[in-house]
Design a protein around this ligand. Structure first.
Ligand code: MIC
Ligand code: SF4
Length: 647
């Protein structure tokens, strides 16, 4: 039987297990990336596990999330990460170099390699034919130390692309279509593998946009073949030697095949407050738009911004719209500067923002109360923009540029005098690697670690108690994202200080949660989180497990839990459980006294699990789908407590 691309990469990296969909496997990781908001904890854990140097082919530590630097916390983290990169042997990418995923694609990604990143949009590397996956910082730390990455062998869905985009329609609309077809739920342990005649017309940055937002469907990765287009891109980046061809065998078997005809697509948008809430821009026509932000790892390539500049050239942004543009990398910014398009953007009235995550993580550019904001980024969770009442629509760069000009949701028919600018694939990308610091053999193992006052060792959990007994500390609904659990924006600067950051757990869902749960912990009670479907979707931030752990949470009981968050819960010793009957969700209320007797023995002996709701005098059957390895981690109270964290 022929092999899929995913099958080929996994086979070449398999360290343990049988690559049959649904089974646990462990694979070798060739490259890792971290960013500053998750990387500080990842490197602290690397240190905490006693690891001495990086053993991957390439590990890069990016500074891109926390570049606002109000107060010393962010800069302290940057200084620590710089010193850790020198000591342990990572490449350090300074602030100003750009967003990790965009820069990694440009300068380091290699087709056929595995990439593990402490950021959920790491799958963007799939645009280059990598098996690129997001994970919690602890899993990435283990991979940096040479340890295997354990995952569930995914099902592979083939997405066949045919046809060609009409003018004003682009890669973002294609991936919004994928989101419409697959939604943000129910795609755990699946990989999307792209194929079909349309690939000829999609260059690497467009493929990367599509791979990037697979994360919103919850898939493990999205993978494109490595073909002539990939070779041309790598050559233009001065990295021709990194190219290898990688395609699926013609008789490869897929779990399912879906075809999308790009020529049938029209401009789409993800409406508030979910990336899966897909509507046509035509259905929004005339909607007043207050703010337009173009950037993020999804849509800030040279191709995207060149087109935006050509649309805006010689025109002015509507007087009641704020337009901000954040090029994805320093490379993109300097290309726009060199060809005069940066000037066209400035002349149009755009505010040029730093090449960083910035607005996307709610770190800046919060819109006015009740505003409608059109953004080219990938997440529009309620409140993520920093303005709880804002309505954020995710759109492609063309739709964003038109809205900036007119101040309204605009379809191409509304602007018949505008010609759609064509963008040729660049023959050469300028590559000045001056903002990277490459490891220097003489500093390896020697460079001093620089730790500001807020940077302490990561907290550890105790072993799992025999019995869990306490209170349902909070009850939340479906689609709770890691942004709900652990807000970013202004709170982001506390990422390396768990004691402070944990005060903000569920801040906007239940502002009393942190104080109440901490009190319970101090009174010797265990905290339980009760949730609906798809708990923990969104980011890879392990703080969404680490901080609840610090507050004494011992178990999450949900209808379903998303992949990366599930792994993070286990890594920090929080038991993830699901209802046998989804309707039993209604049989627990916040504040109920609950008990899971003999949890250690029950997990080890794989006995049926039952939650006693002492307040109601009822018993609720629960289940887990944990492997031996995961049970061992939970019993130990988290992966940091295992003697051999690096397997
Ligand atoms: C995000 O887009 O939510 C982030 C910020 O990039 C996160 C990582 C983080 O929380 O630091 C992600 O996607 O994993
Ligand atoms: Fe940064 Fe936004 Fe991409 Fe996350 S989604 S890596 S915050 S640009």
């Amino acid at each position: 039987m022929g092999k899929t691309i995913v099958g080929k990469i996994i086979e070449g990296h398999l360290m343990r297990g049988a690559p049959r969909a649904g089974e646990e496997i462990a694979i070798r990781i060739d490259q890792t990336l971290t960013q500053d908001a998750t990387g500080t904890m990842a490197y602290l854990q690397f240190e905490g596990m006693g690891l001495d140097r990086i053993r991957t082919e390439r590990s890069v530590s990016y500074i891109d999330h926390n570049t606002i630097q109000v107060g010393p916390e962010n800069a302290d983290d940057h200084a620590y990460l710089k010193s850790a990169a020198a000591r342990f042997g990572a490449v350090f990418s300074k602030a100003g170099n750009g967003i990790c995923h965009q820069v990694h694609l440009e300068r380091f990604g290699v087709p056929g390699k595995t990439l593990l990143g402490s950021d959920s949009h790491t799958p963007m590397g799939g645009g280059l034919g990598m098996l690129a996956m997001g994970a919690g910082g602890l899993d990435v730390a283990v991979a940096m130390g040479g340890g295997a990455f354990t995952l569930t062998m995914p099902k592979v869905v083939r997405i066949e692309l045919k046809g060609r985009f009409k003018p004003w329609v682009s890669a973002k609309d294609a991936v919004l279509k994928v989101l419409e077809l697959f939604s943000t739920q129910g795609n755990v342990n699946t990989v999307f593998e792209y194929a079909g005649p349309a690939l000829r017309h999609l260059d690497v940055p467009e493929r990367a946009t599509i791979a990037n937002m697979g994360a919103e469907c919850g898939v493990t990765a999205s993978v494109f073949p490595s073909d002539e287009t990939t070779r041309v891109f790598l050559e233009a980046q001065g990295r021709a030697a990194a190219w290898t061809e990688l395609t699926a065998d013609p008789d490869a078997e897929y779990d399912r095949t879906v075809t999308i005809d790009l020529s049938q697509l029209e401009p789409l948008a993800a409406a508030p407050h979910s990336p899966g809430n897909i509507v046509t821009v035509a259905s929004l026509r005339g909607l007043r738009v207050n703010q337009v932000l173009i950037g993020s790892c999804t849509n800030a390539s040279y191709r995207d911004l060149r087109r935006v500049a050509d649309i805006l050239r010689g025109r002015k942004v509507a007087s009641d719209v704020a337009l901000g543009i954040a090029p994805g990398s320093r490379q993109v910014m300097s290309m726009l500067a060199a060809d005069g398009r940066l000037a066209a953007l400035i002349d149009s009235g755009a505010r040029i923002l730093e090449s960083a995550c910035g607005f996307c993580i709610g770190n800046s550019q919060s819109p006015e109360t009740g505003a409608v904001s059109f953004r080219t980024s990938n997440r529009n969770f309620e409140g993520r923009s920093g303005t709880p009442s804002a309505r954020v629509y995710l759109v492609g760069p063309e739709t964003a540029a038109l809205a900036a000009l007119t101040g309204r949701a605009t379809v191409p028919d509304d602007v018949p005098d505008l010609t759609y600018p064509r963008v040729p694939t660049p023959k050469a990308y300028p590559h000045d690697d001056a903002l990277f610091e490459f490891p220097d053999a003489s500093a390896l193992g020697k460079a001093d670690l620089v730790k500001g006052p807020g940077i302490g060792p990561p907290p550890k959990n105790g072993p799992l108690p025999e019995t869990l007994a306490g209170v349902a500390a909070v009850k939340v609904g479906d689609n709770i994202t890691t942004d709900h659990i652990m807000p970013a924006g202004p709170r982001l600067k506390h990422r390396s200080n768990i004691e402070t950051y944990s005060r903000f757990v569920f801040e906007h869902v239940d502002p009393e949660f942190a104080a109440r749960t901490r009190e319970l912990r101090d009174a010797g009670e265990h905290g339980f989180i009760v949730a609906g479907e798809s708990y923990g979707q969104g980011s890879s931030r392990e703080h969404a497990a680490l901080c609840p752990m610090h507050l004494g949470v011992k178990a999450v009981i949900a209808k379903s839990v998303e992949r990366i968050h599930l792994a993070n819960l286990i890594n920090f010793g929080i038991v993830p459980l699901t209802f046998v009957r989804a309707a039993d969700y209604d049989r627990i209320a916040a504040g109920d006294r609950v008990r899971l007797a003999d949890i250690r023995a029950s997990l080890q002996e794989r006995r049926p699990l039952a939650l006693e709701n002492e307040t109601r005098g009822e018993t609720i059957p629960l289940k887990t789908d944990l492997t031996e390895r995961q049970i061992a981690i939970l019993i130990a109270g988290g992966r940091m407590n295992l003697e051999t964290a690096v397997e």
